[in-house]
Design a protein around this ligand. Structure first.
Ligand SMILES: [Zn+2]
Ligand SMILES: [Zn+2]
Length: 379
């Protein structure tokens, strides 16, 4: 998505107005996280990153180095850079570790039907016909997501085209641009950037419904992205600065180690959850199916056996919903769920904190095995 220059000015005015007026801010308070035993991971670890981040490589503004410094300061394990129709930063040797943060260079490819977020490729993509574009991505074994498919002005135009690994269920930039302008201006005048984003963040029921419809047909990875551009605002008052945008939404991948290959494969497999870390730290969240000592992770497909238990663990008591084939099957104010599988299909989890969207798991996919059937699962 391209940049937008009006709102930030109001946000700049905002900061001044707030300082002058001593205006009280919206506060989102959360109970402190309780110490919980680490979730079962089978030797896997959780790595937190921000997807879909723009730079202005090779310009100084919005540089890879500035992005990396900010990501380091925020404790991000990785960021995925996706400049518009460009792999220049990759070709310039900018991919790699910067302190504790792995900077991956992907691409945001403009096609005739919308934008595609791509990672795991090394050669530039040519053309704009989505079929041709995705053919090139597949030849390079890249991973492809539909970017901001639900944004008003940048929506994906062709859902009959099915050759993608996943979709952005959430995009911070799209969320902001789709807000009512007057409401944004008012919030811009009243709130600092963190509070500004906390006040506008919402997850679209239409996006979740579309994801569920896709999941009824095939595996589809859901991600949440920042789409930060580091381009807005007055000097020193950037509403979509990396500093704030990288906190709004993060993807937490489950992988053996922090490496390009492992992160790309986790994104391809959907071995991840995305969360609005700006509301609360989701550390310790786990969603898995337990079979004895064995664990099936998000993104896995398993053949069900009697006794398989679907487990959810959250670091505080809050509202947790388990969705099976698009329908809620268990909702509770809790920090722990253990329920038997209900049958074949996909299972995913939504968690809300203080009535705000917080954690969204990727699905676990369940098939019936030869030895069991739906009735046997619940016995
Ligand atoms: Zn875009
Ligand atoms: Zn973008």
């Amino acid at each position: 998505m391209r940049s937008f220059r009006i709102i930030p000015i109001s946000a700049g005015i905002a900061a001044l107005a707030v300082l002058a007026a001593g205006c009280s801010m919206l506060k989102f308070t959360s109970a402190p996280a309780e110490e919980k035993p680490a979730p079962v991971r089978d030797g896997m670890k959780e790595f937190r990153g921000a997807l879909h981040v723009h730079t202005f490589y090779p310009a100084d503004k919005g540089s890879i180095e500035k992005l990396a410094r900010t990501a380091n300061a925020l404790g991000l394990d990785f960021v995925l850079v996706s400049d518009h129709n460009s792999l220049a930063a990759l070709q310039g040797g900018k991919e790699g570790m910067y302190g504790k943060t792995l900077v991956l260079i992907g691409d945001e490819v403009s096609t005739d039907e919308g934008h595609l977020l791509v990672c795991g490729i090394s050669r530039p993509i040519k053309g704009t016909a989505s079929r041709y574009v995705v053919e090139q991505i597949r030849r390079q074994e890249g991973v492809v997501f539909i970017a901001h498919p639900f944004a008003k002005d940048y929506r994906w135009k062709n859902w009959s085209f099915g050759d993608f690994d996943g979709i952005e269920i959430y995009n911070t930039q799209a969320n902001m641009l789709d807000e009512d302008f007057l409401s944004l201006a008012v919030k811009g005048v009243a709130l600092f950037p963190d509070e500004f984003y906390r006040s506008i963040i919402k997850i679209s029921p239409d996006a979740l419904a579309r994801w569920d419809r896709l999941l009824m047909k095939r595996k589809t990875v859901g991600i949440g992205s920042t789409d930060a551009h580091e381009s807005h605002g007055l000097p020193g008052m950037e509403i979509d600065s990396y500093q704030v945008m990288l906190k709004t939404i993060n993807c937490h991948v489950i992988a053996r180690e922090l490496s390009k290959a492992q992160v790309v494969e986790a994104l391809r497999a959907g071995r991840l959850f995305f969360s609005f870390d700006i509301f609360a730290d989701p550390s310790g969240f786990a969603f898995y199916v337990k079979r004895g000592e064995r664990t099936f992770h998000m993104g896995d497909t398993l053949k069900a056996q009697p006794g398989d238990t679907l487990c959810v663990s959250v670091n505080r008591k809050t509202y947790v919903k388990v969705v099976h084939n698009g329908r809620p099957i268990h909702e509770a104010e809790t920090d722990r769920i253990e329920i038997p599988l209900r049958g074949p299909g996909f299972y995913r989890v939504e968690v809300y904190v203080n009535r705000r969207p917080w954690i969204f798991s990727n699905p676990i996919y369940v098939e019936l095995s030869d030895e069991t059937d739906k009735a046997a699962l619940s016995r």
